[in-house]
Ligand binder design. Structure first.
Ligand code: PCA
Length: 327
């Protein structure tokens, strides 16, 4: 019987099987850059299951964490050009292309989950438009926990940071390194354990989550809770793949995205303390930065904020104004 149906379908044209909402469904490969156990990846896996179940198998979303299908830096392009129909990307990694992508990495603009949510609300319409112009549909976004500084040695001021090799993950982190006299080296999260073990880098700014995922206590000893910003991951679909999807299935995907965003936000909050405890259990000293270091970083933050506002122009300035009005 099954053979007969297959024959009938292929007689009608193989394209039906590949693109239609046929009984056999389509596979949507979803590249993700971070460890399978990380809360973003867990959220993505649940989103995938939700879509697969909700569309009755018309669309089977298959996640590929840890940069196994595409590395973080390549994921946006892969979605944009239709190499994959969907994926997750830390968009601030593409802020050289459009400064708006870096709005979540402006130092000390939004330093708590609450403020990060407001900044996101203010940014979402513009981000949706930018991505639409780039042939993508924004589905959901989840923040990382607040960003703090990791070092091998105790650091009490920016002067202590001079000459240290600093792992960066976007233009803002590279600029922070420059302004504090460190040497930036761009490394994907999936590769940092090795980079620290081999001395390619000796420090970074990131969440407790990423330090925990990569067991950085094997190489680093200090984590300072600077709460500099909360960068976000974004899940986006290719617009052509989206337009080829039935309205009913688009509705299912939107609903699953809403659930994922909600669940991902909660996980981010919970993972914050859990992973900081994990860093301590691993033997790291975890605590606030000294007064001097805090003041030094604030000054660098002001420089970076002014630079960002200038680059982002009226569009960026309007978002910041809208965000401030919500506070
Ligand atoms: N982890 C990611 C981005 C921000 C974060 O907390 C990383 O370090 O690459």
């Amino acid at each position: 019987m099954r053979h007969m149906i297959l024959k009938a379908v292929s007689a009608a044209g193989a394209a039906v099987v590949l693109t239609g909402g046929s009984a056999y469904g389509q596979v949507w490969d979803m590249p993700m850059a971070y460890a399978a156990t990380n809360f973003h990846s867990v959220t993505g896996a649940e989103f995938a299951k939700c879509v697969t179940t909700g569309t009755g198998g018309d669309i089977e979303v298959v996640t590929h964490p840890s940069g196994s299908l595409f590395k973080g830096a390549d994921i946006k392009r892969a979605i944009q050009t239709g190499q994959v129909p969907i994926g997750e990307r830390l968009l601030s990694g593409n802020q050289n292309e459009n400064p708006i992508f870096g709005i979540d990495s402006v130092p000390f603009l939004a330093t708590s989950f609450e403020d990060a949510a407001k900044l996101w609300e203010a940014t979402k319409p513009t981000m949706t438009k930018i991505l639409d112009e780039q042939n993508m549909v924004l589905l959901y976004s989840v923040p990382w926990p607040p960003q703090g500084l990791y070092f091998k040695k105790e650091v009490d001021s920016v002067a202590d940071m001079k000459g240290i090799k600093f792992r960066s993950y976007n233009a803002a982190t590279a600029r922070l390194a420059e302004l504090s006299g460190m040497l930036p080296v761009s490394i994907e999260a999936a590769e940092i354990s090795q980079a620290f073990a081999t001395g390619v880098a000796d420090s970074m700014i990131s969440s407790g989550a990423t330090g925990y995922d990569r067991k950085v206590w094997e190489s680093l000893s200090y984590f300072y809770e600077v709460d500099a910003w909360l960068p976000r991951n974004y899940i986006m679909a290719n617009k052509d793949a989206w337009n080829d999807t039935t309205e009913a299935n688009q509705n299912v995907i939107r609903a699953c995205a809403g659930l994922a965003e909600y669940a991902g936000n909660w996980r981010a909050v919970e993972y914050t303390q859990f992973t900081l405890r994990g860093l301590r259990d691993g033997g790291m000293t975890v605590g606030p930065a000294s007064e001097q270091l805090t003041a030094d970083l604030r000054a660098i933050g002001e420089t970076m904020t002014a630079e960002w506002l200038e680059k982002a122009g009226p569009e960026g300035q309007a978002i910041v104004e809208a965000y401030k009005a919500m506070k």
